[in-house]
Write a protein that binds this ligand. Sequence first.
Ligand code: UD1
Ligand code: CA
Length: 460
Amino acid sequence: MALDVVIMAAGKGTRMKSSRPKVLHALAGRALLQHVLAAVAGLAARRTVVVTGHGAEQVEAAVQAPGLSFVRQSPQLGTGHAVQQAVPQLGDDGSTLILNGDVPLLEPATAEALVQACGGQRLALLTLQVPDATGYGRIVRGGVSGSEVLGIVEHKDATLEQRLIREINAGVMAAPTALLKRWLSLLKNDNAQGEYYLTDIVALAVADGVPVVAVQPGSEIEVLGVNSPAQLADLERRYQRRQAERLMEAGVRLADPARFDLRGTLECGMDVEIDVNCVFEGRVALGDGVRIGANCVVKNAVISAGAVIHPFTHIDGEQLGVKVGEGALIGPFARLRPGADLGAEVHIGNFVEVKNSTLAKGAKANHLAYLGDATVGERVNYGAGSITANYDGANKHRTVIEADVHVGSNCVLVAPVTLGAGATIGGGSTIAKDAPAGQLTVARAKQVSLSGWQRPKKAR
Ligand code: UD1
Ligand code: CA
């Protein structure tokens, strides 16, 4: 049966007190609306319509995807009014699934269950008993059995007695499209907020004798909406907690699941240990036995088996990615940037930055150094304070450091330049020409000592 999806994302999100449209606020590094789109991606809907309004251009630019269309709602007169704007896009046959753009953690299976419960004939609602229902629409039950759904009353319109109801409307519904269109055309705005409430279609369905079914989600987290910074932070923590639990179930040892953040995907081998306050972003893979010290940020990187990332290391592969070889030791306070490709047993120490460079097995840069656009051979020792001058102000050039080279401290390697295998570069050298293999190359003023020299004295 044909299915259309409508996502309401036009609201201002007043309680966020932000210039950013609410549905673009990030949960685990992804916009709320992106989460909702991901939840319905597998439903094979005929079309997915996002209702935009507040910050429409921003929202539309942020979630462009094939098969997605937008309708604008201006002014924003309520959730019922929002869905009314999408009506011309909806076929009369089949069902429509309606979601709130600010309820991000719905599971695909729950969305599917709602569509099944609707079956093109019934109105299906997602509801749940929650400990604190403040702010949510309440499910009013009664009728002959006492448990039939009769309608939804919004928090602001609810009587004191109705506010005691703990069963809430999660803001997700599936309805037969032809009936939905009819109910939408009948909505009125004579309520506390002067809005056209989508939730009023429930009483209209009951009046039409159309069965209303309530579907429950697998967990509470699926129905939590984001209306304020506090709710966003709460949902973020719950989501992170769930991700942490899944990783721990798979054997990952997290020092503290409450101090763990994953904003993307993390693949882990066996015996991975992650200390407190680490943030993983994008796509990260950690091989067997990898240890990540406290306070590391790791984005778009592959860390091979046995590597140790010491505290306060920042790894950001951006588009190119970062690769850390087996048994490598990185940090503390190291910075690996896009295109850093480190071989096995490489050592990168404190305040060393590596960008777009390959380091072969066993190469070391232990202190205060910069390697950019460099190819570094096996067992190279790159001294403290040495840098590649890879940028001439217009173009970038490569530095090639062949195997077993020893670069002394505080050297400047002016690219393009090649240091031949086994070369030694004296400390403090500025190397602008290739250094031959196996020789000592020094490029600095010769040391002189003046025997008769007197230190100046203060004039009296
Ligand atoms: C809504 C429901 C409430 C439910 C709660 C679940 C209504 C009237 N109330 O309340 O029963 O418990 O969600 O989270 O539906 N929006 C528009 N256009 C508008 C108004 C809102 O697109 O004119 C969008 C918002 O961007 C948001 C969603 O609809 O994504 C919900 O709007 P919001 O104002 O947050 O509704 P709630 O008060 O949370
Ligand atoms: Ca809301």
